[in-house]
Design a binder for this molecule. Structure first.
Ligand code: PMP
Length: 300
């Protein structure tokens, strides 16, 4: 049976084995490492419920299908492994990462070099990206555009995050927390790792997934929360002018959760503090995350 050491080391699943996280590794010939050739998911568990596990697993298989990686496990088997990793690590609140790369193979981009995908599942406690109860972050509008859907569709959650990382570097250089990226047409897309919402005159708007963004699972949940709270919600193209002049702006993502942006490229957004609709939506989201019908319980 599996035992945790006293200092509660964490174990990762690597291709069928559970290995201490400091020893766990993949080959230097893994095409995930060599070419960013692979897909991933980031998931959270709250109080023993893996939030939207089914939706994350579905998105992972869609990403894999798009880049033609066949995951050699059924969705149920992979979901079971996620639960197993949490149980073995005795984690009820955790940030989970599933990585599926093309696998190990000789150099060269040809995917036929890799006979079998590498599968890694990691889980560890992780604070929300910008901290707990964050009172607002600052952002810039990045000079970089999101990769267009006809090139590398942002709906594929690939291991190749350079487009987003370069935007994040711009944010860091500008001394702010986030970078808002536009799509190819110049409409608001998303931040480096979050979807974005604006509020104007009581109407909540957000780019539709066809606007060249990742279809965020937190985004979908927050859309539902906002609608259930009775706010009109539009999924449409949003201009930078609308962004600057919004009453409220907030972002959503598994790592960040739901966070207000109160300053964008030197402009105060609304009152420059978290807005009322944001607060209501955040409360609604918090009510959702530990409900067992919104996720998969660790102890079944
Ligand atoms: N957009 C991008 C580019 C992301 O990397 C993420 C994080 N996965 C999101 C949006 C938010 O998606 P989710 O709510 O599913 O975490």
């Amino acid at each position: 049976m599996f035992e945790l050491t006293k200092n509660k080391s964490l174990y990762a699943y690597v291709d069928g084995k559970y290995i201490g996280k400091d020893e766990a590794s993949v080959s230097i010939y893994d095409h995930g490492f060599l070419y960013g050739d692979g897909v991933y998911e980031a998931i959270r568990a709250y109080d023993g419920i893996v939030f939207k596990l089914r939706e994350h697993i579905n998105r992972l298989y869609e990403s894999a299908k798009s880049i033609k990686i066949e995951i050699p496990l059924s969705k149920d088997e992979l979901s079971g492994l996620v639960i197993e990793v949490l149980r073995k690590n005795q984690l009820r609140n955790s940030y989970i990462r599933i990585v599926v790369s093309r696998g190990r193979g000789k150099m060269g981009v040809d995917p036929r070099n890799c006979p079998k995908p590498t599968i890694v599942i990691m889980a560890e406690p992780r604070e929300p990206l910008f901290g707990e109860n964050v009172k607002g972050i600052s952002a810039i509008v990045s000079s970089l555009r999101r990769t267009p859907s006809w090139s590398l569709d942002p709906r594929i959650k690939t291991l190749n995050y350079l487009n987003n990382i370069m935007a994040k570097i711009e944010a860091i250089e500008a001394g702010v927390e986030e970078a808002i990226m536009l799509n190819e047409q110049g409409y608001v897309a998303e931040t480096s790792t979050e979807n974005i919402f604006i509020v104007k005159d009581g109407v909540v708007s957000t780019p539709h997934p066809s606007q060249g963004v990742l279809r965020g699972i937190t985004h979908d949940a927050v859309i539902r929360v906002a609608r259930e709270l009775g706010y009109p919600l539009e999924q449409r193209a949003i201009t930078v002018h609308e962004l600057y002049n919004a009453d409220e702006v907030f972002v959503t993502g598994t790592a960040a959760e739901v966070v207000p942006i109160t300053r964008i490229t030197g402009r105060k957004i609304g009152e420059g503090k978290p807005g009322q609709i944001f607060s209501k939506v955040l409360d609604g989201f918090k009510q959702l995350i530990t409900k067992s019908n919104e996720g998969t319980p660790i102890n079944r």
